[in-house]
Design a protein around this ligand. Structure first.
Ligand SMILES: [Zn+2]
Length: 141
């Protein structure tokens, strides 16, 4: 049984359970340098062997924002503006990320993060990288 990390957007309309065997310090803390993630101060984490369950309360308050290559859905809450999860569909299956800032009580720190500039990455390379590193099992409620 994996440990379960719970989190949500600020108002709680988009919530998630991230199940992982990794410890807090083992989980990566990635700061993507794209314009969207910079603007939101995103710090993403994932576990390829983990599981992510996403629950959306009022569907009309969810905006799945896409940009650039349009291969990822950023779950933006229309009410509170937070972006707790990101999903991407590869070979018909969803993989995902959560923002460590949205995990209840998660002890992240600025000194702990790694910066990643993906500018210029080819789409196929990007999808292959995501498949290796993002949380491999995503379910929706
Ligand atoms: Zn919200």
């Amino acid at each position: 049984m994996k440990r379960q990390l719970r989190g949500s957007c600020h108002c709680g309309n988009i919530s998630f359970v991230f199940a992982t065997d990794k410890t807090d310090s083992e989980l990566p803390k990635r700061e993507c340098q794209c314009g969207f993630c910079l603007r939101h101060g995103r710090i993403s984490t994932s576990d390829p062997d983990g599981e992510l369950r996403i629950t959306v309360g009022a569907a009309e308050k969810l905006n799945k924002y896409r940009f650039g290559h349009r291969t990822a859905d950023f779950y933006v809450c229309r009410d509170c503006g937070a972006v707790p999860v990101v999903t991407s569909e590869i070979d018909g299956a969803a993989i995902g990320l959560v923002d460590v800032r949205m995990i209840d009580g998660f002890p992240w720190s600025r000194t702990d993060t790694a910066s990643h500039d993906r500018e210029g990455e080819e789409v196929n390379d990007r999808l292959a990288r995501r498949k290796r590193s993002w949380t491999g099992t995503v379910t929706f409620e």
